[in-house]
Ligand binder design. Structure first.
Ligand code: GLA
Length: 459
């Protein structure tokens, strides 16, 4: 058992009762949970093969489930906002329209079918419940993928940590989630599966590796929802995918410089390969290589094609698809600067947490926000105002968290100041800037355990 300590037994019992009523089920359904996550630092580095430093939350997606004899998978949500759905399990499950919540369940089922070579395509009934806000940058979507995968592992008779390790499952689900259309990296699935109460999780990729890092004793992590919704597999899909697409083009250009300067046989799959691949370059060497590759802020498509000795059409086909070209060219210089400086910040933040140095962690968070906004273009007016308001309200560090473009911010606040911080941010951002009169969507994030099954005795 893992990850259930924080669940209130009564809410789990309610979910079980509701499942029995919904599906006229006479037995005791199993329940699994997968937490949300908040990223402390390391944004958009994961799909570039560079590390991140998130933590799993106590808030989670929970699914009561029972396997079935036929091939039908029925998905119901305790929240009436999400429509009921039923789909047929099989070798090639057609996705629902982009943004549909059931795609996250389909992604998990399809991914596990492929991984285990499942041919029986069993069905199951699912009832989903969550205390995690959706589209707030807290990864409710990957939590849904992970929880669905735990339910489906039971349906196919497989056991977590015996038939598949946690790290393998994390890597598998990171690619399986591409089914929904977003080309995300592996951060969310890895921390959701491998989180540990009281700890942040430094994660490296290709292959996925995790290291638990203690949090600060005298500071809290406060999450503030900007209230700007970001559906990563809906409206924000293209904005998000610009990251992986332009990174692929930047990698091709860097590979060309590396071939000319080091070795004609060098192949780079992603920017992180400069550090961890055959070249094993230092931070300074990578900086210099990037400066020689991207001498101007913008790279127009024609120039990239000339350098890569191919056509602009083939660049679109191979790397960037239909991304509109800005008149001053794609800002590859700044985007790559974000990635290499953010990598350094993740390592320094891990060291500062280990050394118990809140001022250093806070300064790195502030720097990360500036880099996300100015060099990677993933902030928004609301996120900039909210992070500045947080610093004025007493946060020692504040930054956007997750994909960006909206969603939440993460703030490091001295424990003794937390109430004053919340009062001040309520007044300055929610009441004054947004003119928002409801309950403010702010909470103190506690690092929870990774995903797991709840014991049947729970309730
Ligand atoms: C989303 C993706 C992650 C990661 C973050 C940005 O949450 O799912 O893989 O890329 O955005 O850091």
């Amino acid at each position: 058992m893992n990850g259930d300590v924080n669940e209130t037994m009564s809410s789990i019992q309610l979910l079980r009762d509701r499942f029995c009523k919904t599906y006229a089920y006479a037995g005791v359904p199993e329940v699994c949970r997968a937490p949300g996550r908040v990223n402390l630092i390391g944004e958009h580095t994961d799909y570039n093969g560079l590390p991140v430093l998130p933590m799993a939350l106590r808030q989670s997606v929970r699914i009561a489930f029972a396997p079935k004899k036929n091939r039908l998978i029925q998905v119901r949500n305790a929240n009436p906002r999400y429509a009921d759905a039923t789909f047929q399990n099989g070798p090639d499950i057609p996705p629902s329209p982009p943004g549909d919540w059931t795609n996250y369940c389909k992604a998990a089922v399809q991914g596990l079918n492929v991984h285990f070579g499942v041919r029986s395509y069993p069905g199951m009934d699912l009832l989903v419940d969550a205390d995690l806000p959706a589209a707030a940058g807290l990864s409710s979507s990957s939590a849904m993928v992970v929880a669905s995968s735990l339910a489906y592992l039971r349906a196919i008779g497989k056991t977590l940590e015996k038939d598949i390790s946690r790290l393998e499952l994390a890597a598998l689900l990171a690619s399986a989630e591409h089914y929904v259309g977003t080309r995300g990296g592996g951060m969310d699935q890895a921390v959701i599966i491998n989180g540990k109460a009281g700890y942040a999780c430094k994660i490296d990729f290709f292959p996925v590796r995790t290291e638990h890092v203690p949090l600060l004793d005298d500071h809290v992590i406060v999450v503030c929802d900007s209230t700007v919704r970001v559906e990563k597999s809906g409206d924000a899909l293209h904005a998000y995918n610009a990251g992986p697409r332009l990174s692929r083009l930047a990698t091709a250009l860097l590979e060309q410089t590396a071939k000319a300067e080091f070795d004609d046989g060098v192949q780079l799959e992603r920017i992180g390969d400069l550090y961890f691949g055959p070249l094993c370059l230092t931070h300074l060497e990578v900086t210099e290589l990037c400066e020689r590759t991207f001498v101007k802020p913008g790279m127009i498509l024609q120039e990239a094609a000339t350098r890569l000795q191919c056509t602009t059409e083939s660049i679109r086909e191979r790397w960037i698809g239909d991304l509109p070209e800005p008149s001053e060219g794609f800002p590859l210089q700044a985007r790559v600067r974000h990635l290499r400086t953010e990598f350094r910040r993740v390592e320094e933040a891990r060291d500062a947490l280990q050394a118990g140095d809140p001022a250093a962690v806070g300064a790195l968070m502030d720097e990360s926000h500036r880099s996300c906004a100015g060099d990677y273009f993933i902030s928004s007016p609301e996120l900039d105002v909210l992070t500045q308001a947080a610093r004025n309200a007493g946060a020692v560090g504040a930054r956007l968290t997750g994909a960006g473009f909206g969603g939440a911010t993460v703030n490091l606040v001295p424990t003794t100041e937390k109430d004053t911080f919340i009062e001040r941010i309520t007044a300055s951002y929610y009441r004054r800037y947004l003119d928002f009169n409801g309950n403010v969507p702010v909470f103190i994030a506690e690092a929870g355990d990774g995903a797991g099954y709840l014991p049947s005795s729970a309730g």
